[in-house]
Design a protein around this ligand. Structure first.
Ligand SMILES: [Zn+2]
Length: 75
């Protein structure tokens, strides 16, 4: 079965002094807290059921991953 994956391949920077930190963003991960819907059931001030934005994805239904790579001397 096929599987879609987002991959970050590491390779040393050409000029490590100029690029000590790399940052890459990956998008489109469904929020596991709300199941990708962006909301969950809650109650309003009158006690009626209402949709409340997911506090983790803030209503988008998706998450992004920020991968940070720092380069150091190997000792
Ligand atoms: Zn969510």
């Amino acid at each position: 079965m096929s599987k879609k994956q987002q991959v970050y391949l590491l390779s040393e920077p050409m000029f490590a002094v100029d690029i000590p930190v790399e940052k890459e963003e990956f998008f489109g991960f469904p929020c596991s807290t709300c199941g990708g819907s962006g909301w969950h059931w809650g109650e309003d001030e009158q006690g009626d059921r209402t949709k409340i934005d997911c506090r983790v994805c803030q209503g988008s239904g998706n998450l992004k991953a920020v991968v940070t790579v720092e380069w150091f001397a190997q000792k």
